[in-house]
Design a protein around this ligand. Structure first.
Ligand code: NAP
Length: 535
């Protein structure tokens, strides 16, 4: 162990949130800060998720920071939806432009973070033997970064290669001539399957729950659009930060029942042709009224049946058991069309569940599928997984993983009762995954930075939230979720239901970014209501 280094703030994670938090504390407030990052490069999610077809479902001109006008003008996206390598290039460009690298410790995993009540400081240790004493401890670990590998018996018996999409090898995977099994048809599987199918000899897709998906209609950005996005950056940012999902378009202020059947069909057709999440924003009640949702869902099912030529396969793909967008809807590039390929076979796990992995492949209740490669597109221990995996100890030796054993408890998704001076960027209880992430991250980092500025200016040593604030916020999170159809899906990762044994609590704040931002601003205006300070 090396000597304890005194520092103002330790940040864990060098993705979108950690890098902006570093920049904010260091360059705006003149504080000392360090980012600890387990990966060998910056980028967070986009450093790890390198599976074939990995792209963002947010449009590129909205999937970026807006805090620097110079950067918005300088950086040029090439495609409507950016691919993983381009996003990673962007984040590396940010790290270079703002000279962040000297304050980012790569290949360094935080081991323990313990709050010392005698000094009101966090003692943080790393796997490299470093020790830091920091006034502030900020987690920037992402919401979808702890890979969920299902506990299917026999994985270690498999003689071929297997990969989880969230921990993809940097050198890539050669699928040429290979028989491949893909398990999982969420956003990741739906992106990866068409690309793998175009390379492999044969692909067997193991589907447990059929999923809606919206066409992306990817395209290269025209010079005209790039110019428009730069010239209208302020307007675009204004739209992103004053709506529900943080996207660069507003939800239409009309009910699905305000229009005739013909008119509705026409609107859906136009948005289907346009591609992307605009479809979800066509009517304000798609996610709040089951009847309204049924209309959108039926339109998508019809589209699936139109595209997929084999009627049995079409039935399997369109037999969807939950409301549209009540699980995170994927955006795809010829996903349903892929099932018209000769080399793609769909297995219905609802009828024939996986029994085990064997030396040769995947054994379901009715047959063994021999494959060379298994791809687990099985998602993440979302929102809390990365946080509870870390050894974080607050007041009176309270461990975060114990405190959250019945589900996460936070105030505003920003602080946890009993964990003073610790902030959780896009923590559970904030809009995070229900949003386009960069504006949600900027809002959180700005709030945290302003709060720290306030503390430094007033000479305050400690900020902490209370049990009562945690209770209050949990009620708010539940109440706004219950205004929507989101909690009606019992097998969603929003509830933690995808990880066996995980407590099932609705985790993100479903009230939308604009409403949430107002709540946070009101809390500040009322002298940080719900937090307590000590000097
Ligand atoms: P996911 O949505 O949790 O999907 C996991 C898939 O694996 C589901 O189809 C699930 O089936 C299946 N699965 C899990 N365990 C299984 C088991 N034991 N046996 C068989 N099937 C199993 O995970 P994801 O696709 O990685 O996406 C997670 C989130 O990441 C997305 O919702 C999105 O927020 C984000 N993401 C974004 C992008 C983007 O922006 N382009 C891309 C990828 C991911 P069930 O549905 O039956 O549980």
């Amino acid at each position: 162990m090396s000597a304890v280094q005194q520092i103002d703030a330790i940040i864990v994670g060098a993705g979108f949130s950690g890098m902006y938090q570093l920049l904010s504390l260091r360059d705006k407030l003149g504080m000392s800060a360090k980012v600890l990052e387990a990966g060998s490069g910056v980028g967070g999610t986009w450093f790890w998720n390198r599976y074939p077809g990995a792209r963002c479902d947010s449009e590129s001109h909205s999937y970026m920071y807006y805090f620097s006008k110079e950067m918005v003008n300088e950086w040029e996206w090439t495609e409507r939806y950016p691919q993983q390598p381009e996003i990673l290039r962007y984040l590396n460009y940010v790290a270079d432009k703002f000279k962040l690298r000297p304050d980012i410790e790569l290949n360094t995993r935080m081991q323990t973070a313990k709050f010392d009540e005698a000094t009101n400081r966090w003692l943080i240790t790393t796997d490299k033997g470093q020790q830091y004493s920091a006034k502030y401890f900020i987690t920037a670990v992402g919401c979808l970064s702890s890979a969920n590998l299902p506990k299917i018996e026999g994985i270690s018996d498999f003689k071929g290669k297997w990969y989880h999409t969230g921990e993809w090898p940097h050198e890539g995977v050669d699928f040429k001539g290979k028989r491949v099994a893909v398990i999982g048809t969420g956003s990741t599987g739906i992106q990866a399957i068409p690309v793998i199918a175009s390379q492999a000899a044969h692909v067997t897709v193991f589907q447990r729950t059929a999923n809606y998906s919206l066409p992306a209609r990817h395209h290269k950005l025209s010079g005209e659009f790039k110019k428009y996005a730069k010239e209208h950056a302020d307007d675009i940012y204004e739209i992103m930060t004053t709506n529900t999902n943080g996207h660069p378009f507003h939800m239409q202020d009309r009910s699905i029942f305000d229009v005739s059947d013909e008119e509705r069909e026409k609107i859906f057709e136009e948005l289907w042709a346009q591609g992307g999440f605009q479809f979800r924003a066509a009517f304000k009640d798609i996610l709040t009224s089951q009847e309204a949702n049924d209309k959108a869902a039926e339109f998508i099912r019809k589209k699936i049946r139109e595209v997929v030529k084999n009627p049995e396969v079409a039935d399997l793909l369109s037999d969807i058991d939950h409301p549209f967008a009540a699980k995170r809807p994927p955006v795809d590039d010829h996903y349903f069309e892929t099932y018209n390929r000769e080399n793609v076979h769909l297995v219905n796990l609802r009828k024939t569940p996986i029994e085990r992995i064997t030396a040769k492949g995947v054994k379901t209740s009715d047959q063994e599928y021999e494959v060379d490669i298994i791809v687990f597109a099985t998602g993440f221990d979302a929102l809390t997984g990365s946080l509870v995996k870390m050894d974080i100890e607050g007041r009176q030796h309270r461990k975060l993983k114990d405190y959250w054993s019945a589900g996460p408890r936070t105030y505003l998704g920003l602080q946890v009762p009993g964990f003073p001076n610790m902030f959780t960027i896009t923590g559970p209880g904030s809009p995070s995954v229900l949003c386009n992430m960069p504006p949600a991250i900027e809002q959180h980092v700005n709030w945290i930075t302003n709060c720290i500025k306030h503390m430094e200016e007033k000479g305050l040593k400690v900020i902490e939230t209370t049990e009562a604030s945690g209770d209050y916020w949990q009620e708010q999170v539940n109440a706004v979720a219950n205004e929507t159809l989101l909690p009606t899906v019992k097998h969603s990762w929003y509830l933690g239901a995808n990880v066996p044994g995980k407590p099932q609590v609705f985790m993100p704040y479903a009230g939308g970014l604009a409403r949430y931002t107002k709540v946070c601003n009101d809390v500040t205006a009322k002298g940080y209501e719900g937090f307590q300070f000590a000097s």
